[in-house]
Write a protein that binds this ligand. Structure first.
Ligand code: NAP
Length: 461
């Protein structure tokens, strides 16, 4: 792997140097074991530790098939799907791998007793399979996580509608939390060259998801002047949704759960922020009953911040806990756009507020290649910045996953795979210098400790 690193890091190395590199027979990866899918049976959900399911071990290197690419992974990132995978919840991901394998051909390779997880990467193309023309060994890339077959007609207006649509590293094997990864050539995009490897790996999944959900016409189709309520605004999805709203001339109303996260949202440029913990919203009075008075209190607070207006769009993902409130506070004719259900997927809402006020609920899931490309282009141009707060070495993916499961993290959590340290991989220092403070915002904030947060926010904002 040392030779590999030298080629990746040398400014003089050529495609030929990269193509001449030997492909190791095996590589180190963060994996789950099929034999352990029952490990949390009988353990209360709150006591389940996703870190306990993650193993770092060598796995055999897969050969890239037609249209596939083997990437040397410099850095990756933890996503919430890593948490779901390691909790074996709501279903063990091995069920996805078995189903994929049953489609036949090369897909059969994905059904293994181990699952290499991870749905983000930044790295260098090591080998291309037959028929790959656009990418070659030595290309510096990031990968989005949409894996499609596109053999049927359904996916040809919008690849997310392909019946064989899968999330790479979650519903397929050979994911990004590893030294090597197997992707389809149609997952690759150019690495933003003003960013380090770990910064470049951070936005991928969440930025693309937020872009489709909020900006794309396949999602809410946000326009200038819209008020956008953003749940979890200092988390993974929310930190990009906040930036996309601001960059698109909308007004984000950011909901967070601590003064630190409120300061981070302000430092990103948001002016309207609600600390849901400090204001103690209790949308459910018991397990089965919601409290409409709390929806009204929340709606009044939003109007207080916006100068009397309701929100045009609600950017939803907490799910059961917040969905009733989200439908209630959306303006007449407005849109709730949802991509997840972190707190539970059986939602309840009062349908009278939906139909009488002509509101819409839109389901959104990841992004098609074009949307992921547009989202990556915004990063490449320095319009949207990574929100990386901390990076862990590959050997400590368990710690990284735990911090996300406990909601202790800010923005994105990175993982160094082949990269021996942070800070490597920048090839456009001029663009970086123009955005250095914004690129470092979440990391600086993390390092500043409680007392320093206001100062950091002031310095950047
Ligand atoms: P994240 O980094 O953990 O951020 C989620 C944020 O949601 C947290 O920071 C938290 O913010 C807020 N939150 C959590 N529980 C909440 C609750 N009960 N009520 C209100 N707010 C709550 O995770 P993420 O990466 O943004 O992902 C969020 C969800 O979206 C996950 O379920 C993930 O699997 C899903 N997702 C789906 C797609 C897709 O393509 N469909 C893509 C990406 C993610 P505060 O505590 O500060 O309020």
């Amino acid at each position: 792997m040392r030779e590999l690193l030298e080629v990746i890091e040398s400014p003089d190395s050529t495609a030929r140097d990269a193509a001449a590199l030997p492909v190791p027979a095996s590589y180190r990866a963060a994996v789950l074991h099929k034999s352990e899918t029952g490990m949390f049976e009988g353990v209360a959900p709150a006591d389940r530790d996703p870190g306990a399911a993650i193993h770092i071990q060598d796995v055999p290197t897969p050969e890239p098939g037609p249209g596939e690419v083997l990437v040397a992974v410099m850095a990756s990132a933890v996503n919430y799907n890593t948490v779901w995978s390691a909790l074996f919840s709501p279903v063990p991901t091995f069920a996805f791998l078995e189903r994929y394998a049953r489609t036949g051909g090369l897909a059969a390779r994905h059904d293994q007793p181990y699952h290499v997880i991870g749905s983000d990467l930044a790295g260098m193309v090591l080998r291309t399979g037959p028929g790959v023309r656009r990418w070659q060994a030595g290309d510096r890339v990031v990968a989005h996580c949409l894996s499609v077959e596109l053999e049927g007609a359904d996916g040809h207006n919008d690849a997310m509608l392909d019946p064989e649509q899968r999330i790479w590293g979650f519903e397929t094997n050979y994911g990004g939390l590893a030294e090597l990864a197997l992707v389809k050539a149609t997952q690759l995009m150019p690495k933003p060259e003003h960013l380090t490897w770990e910064e470049a790996a951070a936005p991928g999944l969440v930025n693309s998801t937020a872009y489709r959900q909020l900006v794309s016409r396949n999602g809410a189709g946000m326009k200038q002047g819209d008020n956008v309520l953003i749940w979890g605004a200092a988390g993974g999805l929310g930190s990009y949704a906040t930036q996309l709203a601001l960059a698109g001339g909308a007004t984000p109303v950011c909901v967070v759960s601590s003064p630190q996260k409120a300061a981070l949202s302000r430092a990103l440029g948001a002016e309207l922020v609600i600390d849901r913990s400090a204001e103690d919203y209790r949308f459910w009075s018991d397990e089965h009953t919601q409290d409409p008075r709390e929806w009204r209190r929340f709606g009044s607070r939003i109007r207080e911040l916006t100068g009397g207006e309701d929100v045009d769009i609600v950017f939803e993902h907490p799910g059961r806990e917040t969905f009733g409130a989200s439908v209630y506070v959306t303006r007449r004719g407005g849109t709730v756009v949802t991509c997840a259900s972190t707190s539970g997927y059986l939602h309840q809402y009062d349908n009278r507020y939906l139909w009488m006020s002509l509101k819409k609920i839109i389901g959104s899931h990841f992004a098609n290649y074009r949307e992921a490309w547009e989202a990556n282009r915004l990063v490449t141009r320095g319009r949207i910045h990574p929100t990386l707060s901390r990076s862990y070495p590959l050997t400590e993916v368990d710690r990284a996953v735990r911090s996300m499961h406990r909601n202790e993290h800010h923005g994105k959590v990175g993982v160094l795979c082949l990269a021996p340290e942070e800070g490597l991989g920048v090839r456009n220092p001029e663009l970086r210098a123009r955005h250095e403070k914004s690129i470092n915002l979440f990391r600086t904030f993390e390092g500043a400790g409680v007392g320093g947060h206001a100062a950091v926010a002031g310095a950047v904002g």
